[in-house]
Design a protein around this ligand. Sequence first.
Ligand code: 3PG
Length: 214
Amino acid sequence: MSEILNELADFGIVPVVVIKNEEDALPLAKALMRGGLCCAEVTFRTAAAAKAIEIMTKAFPDMMVGAGTVTSTAQVDEAISSGAKFIVSPGFDAEVVDYCISKQIPVVPGVCTPTEVLMGIKRGLSLLKFFPAQQAGGCDMIKAMSAPFPGIRFMPTGGINAQNLPEYLSIGCVAACGGSWMVKSDLIEKGDFSKIEELAKEAVQLAKGVRCTN
Ligand code: 3PG
């Protein structure tokens, strides 16, 4: 796993962010950093995504900011130009994954079947996003699907929250959990960055609780 992906595993949690207005990027990054969550996946679901990544990485060069919901090679280029340190995709698009590999940017494609895991292994990937985690079988599915692939680690995302986070993080092959529960769009839109900071802190404490006892 690349150094950057190792860092994501150290954090244990990757906030999945949807930013509609680029002006929200700086206060959001500050809230996450103050909350102890020094990483984020900024999704390419909005026109503001690339600019938001640029603002966040310029303000906090050490923050591990990546691009999410990347579904085309053009978006990979845009993400790299904005300063994204890693690429996440909801599914396994071989063209996008191969392009990221050729550009030497860490990529975490989405998988939810053993066949897709094999596609990742074929390309030398060792961290894959399990998406949509809760809806695709949750912790039981991860345990069953990971059994034949001891070298692979997963980043489950989708339906994860403060309640089920500890269960996911206690699975050995789970490197980190992605989720939007601490950065909900309504909190960003109404500018409630202190709530985001509070939820980020809570998530960090939950992750520490699991990681320190395993
Ligand atoms: C994603 O974008 O990866 C997921 O939609 C995040 O899922 P969540 O909103 O259920 O955390």
